[in-house]
Structure formats: C-alpha cells, structure tokens
Write a protein that binds this ligand. Structure first.
Ligand code: AMP
Length: 118
C-alpha cells in the first residue's frame, strides 16, 4: 500500500488539524486519542511517512526505530505509568482493522485493562 499523504495523522503532523500533544521530538509525536478507550490513551507516531508497523520496521532507518522505541519509555515515565503498567497495541493492515494508514501505537493505561481481546 502506498502512503496516503492525506491521512488524519499526516494532517496532524503538518499542523492542518489540531491534536493534544503529549510528547514530541525530531522523530516522534504523541497525542491523545480522540476517542479514548482508557484513562490514558495515547497515539504514538513516527514523523516519517510509514503506512503501518510492517512498513516502519522493514523500511525505517535504525535511528527512527530506536528513537521510536525510546520515546515509548519516555512517555511512560512522563505519564507515571512506568510502574503501574500499560498496554501497547498496533493494528497492521486489513485483518487488524487498522483505520488510519500512518504507523501508530496505541498506549493504554490508567486502569486494569483486562483481556487483550475483549
Ligand atoms: P487504528 O484503528 O489502530 O487505525 O486506530 C485509529 C485511532 O485514531 C482510533 O483510536 C481513533 O480514535 C484515533 N483518531 C482518529 N482521528 C483522530 C484525531 N483527529 N486525533 C486523535 N486520534 C484520532
């Protein structure tokens, strides 16, 4: 699948639609999910144009990937959920039900989250 420059998260990156930023550096942006499924529901995205997890980990450069993973730990610390715990989910492709075709990880926390599949 080729990258759609008009997807919602691309528009957030370009500042064309608003978001509530939680974290930002040269490689990564994180913001609140617009329809939170837990007390903390953060969307974490790389700034590069990758459609999904497969695209990012196959084609992203080492620095982008390392910075992305480090950002997850930094966000967990900033939100004080590094001790209480959190769940990371990333839908990839058709069978996962991925809605927004820019790679993203959902970070969910702030309560006991229950089984992975409800
Ligand atoms: P996915 O099904 O993994 O692609 O998840 C897409 C997520 O993006 C959903 O949880 C939506 O609530 C979220 N979302 C859609 N539009 C926005 C937006 N403008 N700002 C923040 N989150 C959004």
């Amino acid at each position: 699948m080729s990258y759609d420059q008009n997807n919602i998260f691309s528009k957030i990156l370009k500042g064309e639609i608003p978001s509530t930023p939680i974290f930002e550096n040269e490689y990564v942006l994180a913001f609140n999910d617009i329809e939170p499924k837990a007390p903390n529901h953060i969307i974490i995205i790389p700034k590069g144009s990758y459609t999904d997890s497969f695209d990012f980990y196959k084609n992203g450069n080492d620095l982008e990937i390392i910075e992305f993973e480090r950002a997850i730990a930094k966000i967990a610390e900033d939100l004080n959920i590094d001790k209480t715990g959190y769940r990371l989910i990333s839908n990839c492709g058709r069978d996962s039900g991925q809605e927004v075709p820019h790679y993203h990880v959902h970070m969910l926390a702030g309560k006991k989250l229950g089984p992975i599949l409800g």
